[in-house]
Write a protein that binds this ligand. Sequence first.
Ligand code: HDE
Length: 718
Amino acid sequence: MSTGATRKSSTKTRSPSTSKNTNSSKTSKTKVARGKGDELHQLAGGNIAPLTTQQGIPVSDDQNSLKAGPRGPVLLEDFAFREKIFHFDHERIPERVVHARGYGAHGYFQLTKSLAHVTRANIFQRVGEKTEAFVRFSTVAGSKGSFDLARDVRGFAVKLYTKEGNWDLVGNNIPVFFIQDAIKFPDVIHAVKPEPDREFPQAQSAHDNFWDFISLTPESMHMIMWIMSDRAIPRSFRFMEGFGVHTFRFVDAKGKSTFVKFHWKPKLGLQSVAWNEAVKINGADPDFHRRDLWDAISSGNFPEWDLGVQLFDQKFADDFEFDVLDPTKIIPEEVLPVQIVGRLVLDRLVDNFFAHTEQVAFCTQNVPPGIDFSNDPLLQGRNFSYLDTQLKRLGSPNFTYLPVNAPRCPFANFQQDGHMATRNPTGRANYEPNSWGVAGGPREHPDNGFKSFAASDEGEKQRTRPESFADHYSQARMFYRSQTPIEQKHIADALVFELSKVEHLHIRKRMVSHLPNIDSTLAAQVAKGLGIDVPEQAEALIPPMDVPTSEALSIILRGPKSFKGRKLGIFASDGADARLVASLISTFEKEGATCEIVAPKIAGVILSDGRQLVAKQKIDGGPSVLYDAVALIFSEEQANVLAKDAVSKDFLRDAFAHCKFVAYSPRVQSFIAAAGLSDELDEGCFEISSSQTVSSFLKACRELRYWRREPSVDFDAQ
Ligand code: HDE
């Protein structure tokens, strides 16, 4: 023990305690050492549970470590201190190698149409029956602490706790993938992640490595069209579709197989943000998507999706012009309709992020009897990867006992022990066969147990791609040509943006050389946006075909008919017309939308009738990018004052530039002029003064954006 600290003066004692306690009366030293804990405990009436170590030993002082004298060295003997620091040091587990940033919620699946005729899967038998579910949404490339609105695929992973075991449908919000064979997965992910020498850029595909890989991988072109489209910058998880991507099999009680593709369709419709908006949202609110889900569920607006299936047989698969095992292809809904068979509702937030969202372990190989795999080589590779990665992340094969991962149906087998075994069988038999009768443990079930579909596959062992996977451009073309002109412009803009961040000209050119195979106008626009000539067309293994376009691929053509679930930002000033504010709020809330008040000060504003309207955001923290539509309700006097405030003007300028519907109260011309928009106002802008004009504004907002404005405010790829 050190005896170095021999100074006795109590006035030298340092403590985090209150000033009252630091007065150096005789007893103050002891009081200080015992610290806040006791005091707060008493404040709460002594009903707080005592703080203990992990071993249950009550802790007397959690403010000061054990020392040899007030200024002496800390003693190794202090087991409470050591345990606390030891546990803290080990709080982190490895983040997911992909899809690290995610957000989850609990809910249920409810069957609305029986699928008993095609599958024996228990979950699809009884209409009306509910099955517990956990869903985790994610981005792919960014690390756990990255921002929500990266241009990226969104993970849409669903765990369904069925009566015959867990079914993990680990999908994305885009129905195709970059590659056709799982052996290329580490390459595509390495290429998109931060470059290994410099460890940037974070959560972005706009860099040389990504486009170098992509431009050398023509099979990715269909996926690239989706990734460059607004699908990759969704407004929120609640407004995006989900897809199982691969072809799976349903298997009925007699062992007959039907191919199936899974779709999740958001009840609120599809909606995305604009790219310039996404860039700004990431600064204003990096948690934009998780906050949206949190707010929706906590306010009782439970997000909901329909489950749809595309069912087909071997004959359809043989006749279809693309290979149904190729994960870079879709079967258009117009060719094979999506039948709605159930609904997924998220109605419960997690109460501990780590326990649920971080520890949830999705495994594509988790399928109950009645659901089976196809030979899609990506799916087959995933079936190895997911189990493997969970061991790395969660550290023990017993991750299946964690509450979020454990099946809700009974489960029993002879697997035993291992790190953190928390569920241990009792009794003598830990092997099978045994002759211990009932005490001998569980037995296999030849009738009800999982049986793989008896597919007959044979062939020479070879490392090869089937010829039927060789058409890399036709569906990319189909996707591009199925978009409305404004969506096509966004794809071109996105390519110009991304390739402008690529430093090496030969990579930019190599990428653009693929585009004429997709669409010559697209190629010309992107080349122009980059300031280069369209390079010589990349050679296609199979010349692209024109296949019929599909309306279902356009967000705008499948847009919602209402403003439900969206958010109106009301920027109000002192003296704002109280009746107008009330009318806006009641009209939009009746529609099922949320209204958020933005004001110069967080305390809010005093309305024309003298009442105070509390703000949710101070203007500097509530830019218009956070809202789907905006209304400016100012008094004439305050409009003149705010006309001098740059942030207030940005609120309007951005809303206008992002093609939002804008409403404004009468006599705010000075503000609009100061924002430079006096001559720009168009049919997407509404002067509102009565409940009729508020209704017309809402009616317009149902269209979500006034896209007709975009060509006059954004020249990216023009
Ligand atoms: Fe994943 N993927 N993936 N993936 N994936 C993972 O598993 C992998 C692919 C998807 O919220 C990892 O638990 C391979 C397609 C989602 O926890 C890992 C291949 C689709 C999530 C893995 C793919 C997905 C993951 C990392 C190519 C859409 C997040 C952490 C064959 C159908 C799940 C983990 C969650 C996560 C491997 C391709 C969706 C490494 C090898 C295609 C939604 O196992």
